[in-house]
Design a protein around this ligand. Structure first.
Ligand code: SIN
Length: 306
């Protein structure tokens, strides 16, 4: 196989290849994130970190459903401050770190962003889209004005590029993306999980203690792909695709829709940490077989064909 360069630049974040883990289920410790990087990811994304430690919801917080996984973890995390040393340790080993974070107010978002920026994170991913917590914690991003205000507040205090992670649980994701762009976002991550639920017929009750959860995995892919498509048409920002990416073909489809990189989460369950290397090798084979020289050559190609 030839030596194609698979590196990508997302608003100044330079990656050796276009894959990362998705914040959400994984990323709660430096050692797990290191395994993601050793598995071949171009960068690692932390579990969403908040202004204070949070235990999340009681079990069961996860259930396997047709085509994916429903989780309602409730943003458990050790707090942003606690994670500063993990970010520094990962960076000292040459691992690029995207710090995902959330807050209960615009001030929270600003404070946590400042802390993570000063900790040396290579990029910040603003989680305004968790479907599993009360509105002001999880879904500020359901509203254009709040999305713009949160993004602007985060940008005020952030040195690294700021990605805003959007929810598919909105009427028009393109409008929300425009609001993030107005607030000064450097990139968009699309998407977080799709709100759903599961009921146990024998026990005659919802399975998750939170009743509803966020759907990830293959069942989410076509929704996520459509969201990326709409966002690419609406804003002039790089987009990171997320949702149901399990193999190189999925990753390529997201890039053809206009994503510059992809995040992979649920697929780790079945394919292990090596999924990143598998996907990167597959993308390389695809570029070579189709006569492309770099990732850039295929980003948005399907948009031109539509
Ligand atoms: C969770 O912790 O509930 C999942 C995180 C997310 O979807 O943002």
């Amino acid at each position: 196989m030839s030596q194609l360069s698979l590196s990508v630049d997302i608003a100044g974040l330079r990656l050796r290849n276009p894959t990362m883990n998705a914040a959400g289920v994984l990323g709660i410790s430096a050692s797990l994130l290191k395994r993601v990087y050793e598995g071949g990811a171009g960068a690692v994304v932390t579990k969403s970190l908040g202004p204070a430690p949070r235990s999340g919801h009681f079990n069961p917080t996860m259930v396997i459903v047709e085509g994916g996984v429903l989780n309602a973890m409730g943003l458990p995390n050790p707090g942003a401050e606690y994670f500063v040393s993990a970010i520094k340790a990962l960076r000292a080993e040459g691992v690029p770190v995207v710090a995902s974070f959330f807050g209960a107010s615009i001030e929270d978002f600003r404070d946590v962003a400042e802390l993570l920026s000063e900790a040396g994170a290579d990029a910040l991913e603003v989680n305004v889209s968790c479907p599993n917590v009360q509105e002001e914690l999880g879904m500020l991003g359901a509203d254009c004005l709040n999305t713009e205000k949160v993004t602007a507040a985060v940008k005020e205090v952030s040195k690294p590029p700021v990605f805003v992670k959007l929810s598919p649980n909105v009427t028009d994701i393109a409008e929300i993306a425009k609001a993030a762009e107005m607030g000064g976002a450097d990139a968009i991550t699309a998407v977080n999980t799709l709100k759903g639920m599961a009921i146990d017929a024998d026990f005659k009750r919802p399975i998750l203690t939170n009743v509803t959860g966020g759907l990830s995995g293959p069942a989410l892919k076509s929704v996520a792909l459509r969201c990326v498509w709409d966002i690419v048409q609406a804003v002039d920002l790089p987009v990171v695709g997320c949702g149901g990416v399990a193999n190189w073909r999925d990753a390529v489809e997201f890039m053809l829709a206009g994503a510059s990189a992809v995040e992979v989460g649920t697929a780790i369950r079945e394919r292990g940490f090596g999924v990143y290397k598998e996907i990167t090798t597959g993308i390389e084979g695809y570029l070579e077989a189709n006569g492309f020289g770099s990732i850039k050559d295929i980003v948005g190609l399907a948009q031109e064909a539509a």
